[in-house]
Ligand binder design. Sequence first.
Ligand code: AKB
Length: 313
Amino acid sequence: MERIIITGALGQIGTELTLKLREKYGDENVLPTDIKEPESDELKGKPFEILDVRDKTRMDEIVEDFKPDTIMHMAALLSATCEKNPQFAWDINMGGLINALETARERDLKFFTPSSIGAFGPSTPKENTPQVTIQRPTTMYGVNKVSGELLCDYYHEKFGVDTRGVRFPGLISHVKEPGGGTTDYAVEIFFEAIRNGQYTSFIDKNTNMDMMYMDDAIEAIIKLMEADASNLEHRNAFNVTAMSINPEMVANEIKKHIPDFELFYDVDPVRQGIAESWPNAIDATEAERQWGFAPQYDLEKMTVTMLEAIRNK
Ligand code: AKB
């Protein structure tokens, strides 16, 4: 990778991905795009393009101009938002994906897009979920993610596009808060612990889901993209995770630093239903074996980092 274009660059992952890639490859070699202008100071005054990923003509113009060797397609709606408007979700998630894949095919670009633990469903084994297993999700987000994985495999097999992806768990970060995800509670809880000393969780007590700290997620993207293709038996998409946690576990860790912290519950049936359809803990050993995935943050280290970063905001 030398010159990278990013779609959905103002989202939770895209924001930090842009900063990290710019640090590594230089401002001029990383072009973030999104449907609206950036508000953060770090992105202002540097190359940026407005792009609605459904607009292939505009995508072509930007790519023709910038001449990237890699496209990282991050633009997507998350699980809870998809359930509110499934047709719109298909339009953005699948329409955007095929445009980005076509761009990669036409211009011979390396391609990354994230899948998710949402690509699994109620009939998937819940514990130690294997790399290759049953994928019959019951959410529009999951349908998009499985279709996306298959489409990326198809573009690799049929057209030789170098497509790569991971199945991200919930990602926890303090730079840009997520929106519309089922795992968002695990970010909100840290912000509310600092702001108000309490949090009301929309996900129930003992609901375990996989999570990962954002630094590990960005490292995983870069490592996978830099991996020797001959080592990759799978491509779209690798299971990755750093911890399987539930709200009670996060609260107990926060209490070590904020002893008065209180956790309440007001369970949202839609997001709880989505969470219950997902695995409790996926198995990431294929990612470790094939390209050296090695997350650095466990719940303890992540809690210290999150609380400190939010305190210093
Ligand atoms: C969501 O909750 O929708 C996302 C995801 C796990 O893909 N964070």
